[in-house]
Design a binder for this molecule. Sequence first.
Ligand SMILES: [Zn+2]
Ligand SMILES: [Zn+2]
Length: 235
Amino acid sequence: MVYNLFSIVRENTPQFTGNCSLCGLNAEHLGFCAPCLSAVQRQGQYCQQCGNSLGKQPFGATCGQCLKKPPRYQKLIAATHYEFPVSHAISEMKFEKQLHHIRSFSNLLIEEINDHYQDKELPQAIVPIPLHSNRLRERGFNQSQLIAKHLTRKLQLPLLDHVLLRVKDTPHQIGLKAIERRKNLKRAFAVKQSMPRHIALVDDVVTTGSTIQEASKQCLKHGVERIDVWCLAKT
Ligand SMILES: [Zn+2]
Ligand SMILES: [Zn+2]
């Protein structure tokens, strides 16, 4: 099913949302004031598959890494870069429960999604990257699930929650090398029922992509043929 996403997004994206998510001054667009919005908007060229920076390669190109060994997902869409002040806002969101950032950064992500899917088939369901129950107890919420819920409401797409499960309590991944991350994440996910053909996996931050890769691996064993990744920030 192809939705007319452009009109959906235009109708539902709030233009004035009170205070700027980052500085607290009057928000002008998507929950940000004009200077903060220009500070968080992504500049430059990105690989059309994995979302990594392309440096001076032409727009729309695929990076060397994806050409050599493509990831299991087809497309990564990020609202912004994982750099200050975004990195600070995301850590406030996760560790200080500053959940207003979810709405503003998700709105930014919706603009990117809106641009990309104007003439393309939207995913059939939105699937949040789950937390292990121990981590969920510690934090009290799963930020990816909250982002996914926001996107679900705005984009009018189904949320597929509690189908992709985190069955292994992996240590914090911050500071680990890609190879260590991959090792930790082996068999970290399970899928408990069949999934639609085309899904969007939602995460807050994508760094090396190891988490998304491992989750994708399980989804592809359960009826999924195409995975798009939607995240608030990409390193
Ligand atoms: Zn601001
Ligand atoms: Zn790439």
